[in-house]
Ligand binder design. Sequence first.
Ligand SMILES: [Zn+2]
Ligand SMILES: [Zn+2]
Length: 143
Amino acid sequence: MDKISFEKKIGKQNFKEKANINILINEHEDKKSVLLTELGILTYKKIREGCILDKDFDEISDKILECDKIIYKNIKELEKINNSNKVIECECGNKLNNNDKFCSVCGKNIEELKCEETIICGTCNLEIDIDSNYCVCCGKKLR
Ligand SMILES: [Zn+2]
Ligand SMILES: [Zn+2]
């Protein structure tokens, strides 16, 4: 084997070795990200439950709560859009459009049919169903 093709061969080997090392690094960086997310979820849960009391977590916890609020609010917006052409049934059996305010047959106030008792979450101030065990927005235990 002449000198040049020998160097080429070594170069190729190095390239392959480097590629394999890079794959290994990337794989483990991905794995680490997933594990850190899991750790974050677990930590955040313990913070919310009051098992971890550390002021260092306050800032990031508040930011997570803000995200939760925005996500929840927008899920509700989507539901509203999806429900706008949903048919609801009046107590008299008349089928009504979700946007109607009164029943066209018996005159019942439809808003009353739709409204349910709610409570306010102490953590995120969101109005939620009275029989919820956990806040649907921030996950706070309510009972
Ligand atoms: Zn009716
Ligand atoms: Zn809440």
